[in-house]
Write a protein that binds this ligand. Structure first.
Ligand code: AMP
Ligand code: MG
Length: 316
């Protein structure tokens, strides 16, 4: 895949590639990100197919500014204060997602909240003015696990996945964004990062607690509450009971469920990933007493699908 100096023309090409559902790697002030159109579920699936991404963690949607962010999520006074103080910059805000945001379910891992950030980087800004996108950090390069702060790192690691890499030279910070959740009564620090806690506290006018990894809202190592259906899940189902909803996979789904959704009759893992959260949500609302889940092969994206299914089964 081409590594292109980030000229105006290359940036337009990158925006067009995003519009076609392709993946583009681009620099921000923190690290290089892999971007996809946030509203295109298929494209977002491709981002997760990058190696070393065995889980569907929610992604941060990158936007040029507050006005663009507000089309996806409403800002309350606190969110606005933080964004006005730190945007563009390495602060990600977790906000309630507008139901009509159009953001693909995979971006938010099925949650009704979403993370937004306006990066402080001329190339990222120029690209995002043409196309908002979620991005994730490419896997670390080399045996030392060095962050991808250079276009050559990204190229070495990702092969053909991105349609193009916008080369903006080395990233200034090389540290992840600080993540602050502004959804309940009090904001919470979900991840320490490039904006120090004290600077956030100075803007808020009060201390902010780091979400406790052991707290019930968090899940180990991720500090993210995962989407989980209310209906119990039964994994590795090969037959169904009449009071069960069936989450099927592949051509030979058993008959007789109350209702069935097939993640992919063609056994296509990318299709299954795209449909996963919406399907769980629909089956959760079907009135079934249990959701039976057929086995999904534990390879490629299947590993991530199984990770989410296991979490959803455990979450209750
Ligand atoms: P990154 O690894 O830099 O791509 O950042 C992704 C991280 O942002 C996730 O691992 C979470 O920690 C955080 N994040 C994104 N969306 C949400 C959300 N809806 N709720 C909580 N945390 C989120
Ligand atoms: Mg992450």
């Amino acid at each position: 895949m081409p590594v292109l100096p980030a000229t105006e023309e290359a940036i337009s090409q990158a925006a067009q590639a995003l519009a076609r559902g392709e993946i583009v790697a681009f620099p921000t002030e923190t690290v290089y990100g892999l971007g996809a159109d946030a509203r295109d579920a298929r494209a977002v699936t491709k981002v997760f197919a990058a190696k070393d991404r065995p889980r569907f963690n929610p992604l941060i949607v990158h936007v040029p500014d507050i006005a663009a962010a507000e089309t996806y999520a409403p800002f309350d006074d606190t969110a606005r204060k933080l964004a006005e103080a730190f945007w563009p910059g390495p602060l990600s805000l977790v906000l309630p997602k507008r139901p009509a945001s159009g953001i693909a379910d995979l971006v938010t891992a099925g949650l009704d909240t979403m993370a937004l950030r306006a990066p402080n980087h001329a190339i990222a800004q120029a690209l995002l003015k043409q196309r908002s996108c979620p991005s994730l950090r490419p896997p670390p390069t080399g045996p030392g696990g060095i962050s991808p702060t250079d276009a050559t790192h990204v190229a070495a690691e990702l092969g053909d996945l991105p349609a193009m890499i916008l080369d903006g030279g080395p990233c200034a910070r090389g540290l992840e964004s600080t993540v602050v959740r502004v959804t309940g009564e009090t904001p919470a620090l979900l991840r320490l990062g490039a904006v120090p806690r004290q600077e956030i506290e100075a803007v808020l006018g009060h201390p902010i607690a780091l979400a406790d990894e052991d707290a019930p809202i968090a899940s180990p190592g991720q500090l993210v509450r995962h989407y989980a259906p209310n209906t119990p899940l039964r994994l590795d189902a090969t037959e169904v009971e009449p009071d069960e909803a069936l989450l099927a996979f592949g051509p030979s789904a058993p008959q007789g469920a109350l209702t069935t959704i097939n993640l992919s009759a063609a056994a296509d893992l990318a299709e299954a990933a795209t449909k996963l959260f919406a399907s769980l949500r629909a089956l959760d609302q079907s009135g079934a007493s249990r959701i039976a889940v057929m086995p999904v092969p534990d390879q490629g994206l299947g590993e991530a699908i199984n990770d989410r299914l296991r979490r959803a089964a455990k979450a209750r």
